[in-house]
Design a protein around this ligand. Structure first.
Ligand SMILES: [Zn+2]
Length: 214
């Protein structure tokens, strides 16, 4: 019998952090990628256990066993085998990757990744769960904020939503100043709304559009 792993949600994008993830390097360090390893993997937050799954470890293949519930429905037992691929490092040694077992629109994913996310029934890569949506949304959010900061700078103000509203520079028409402010606030509102909606939206799209693991 093996040890008792403790996985933490990885640092990274907030949206990806909202769901449980498995990091192949964490598993390796805990000895899970060793033939014959059996044990539990748990997630904790502030010292409290927030979730746990059983893992049958191995060098070429691991199998996850856990229970999953879709809002309000009965709990289902899930068993998910995941292949591990090892690739040689440039300066010696080898590095493990998960082979994503996701099937989306009839195509098996098979991407080699270091992280799998449980945003639905199975642990799948971020592409299968369309977590890329998060980074695209983040780009839009960044653009809106950059635009707002640029306009703030043009009025001689400081960047950032929490900074003071820039005053009207000498010689600028009152109406022009008002137009600038309206645009700044619109961009910042859009950015803020995006931030709030992101997590909820992500969970919805991933549940609807993701296919099954076979
Ligand atoms: Zn995938």
């Amino acid at each position: 019998m093996g040890g008792f792993g403790s996985g933490r949600p990885g640092s990274g994008r907030a949206t990806a952090d909202a769901c449980r993830s498995l990091d192949v390097n964490q598993l390796r360090r805990a000895g899970v990628l060793t033939n014959g390893w059996m044990g539990n993997w748990q997630w904790t937050r502030d010292g409290e256990r927030t979730g746990s799954i059983s893992i049958s470890g191995g060098k070429q293949r691991i199998a996850l066993t856990y229970r999953w519930q879709r809002g309000g429905e009965d709990w289902q037992d899930v068993k998910e085998p995941i292949a591990i691929r090892w690739s040689a490092c440039r300066f010696g040694g080898e590095r493990p990757y998960f082979v994503c077992p996701g099937v989306v629109n009839g195509n098996t994913c098979t991407r080699t990744v270091t992280k799998l996310f449980c945003a639905g029934r199975y642990y799948l890569c971020r592409h299968c769960y369309r977590l890329t949506y998060a980074s695209q949304a983040e780009d839009r959010w960044d653009r809106a904020l950059r635009r707002a900061n640029k306009l703030r700078g043009r009025l001689g103000g400081e960047p950032g939503m929490l900074s003071d509203v820039p005053e009207r520079p000498k010689g600028m028409w009152h109406r022009t100043h008002q137009r600038y402010l309206a645009e700044i606030f619109a961009a910042e509102d859009a950015a803020q709304e995006r931030l709030v909606l992101l997590a909820a939206r992500l969970m919805k799209t991933s549940q609807k559009k993701t296919g099954y693991w076979r």
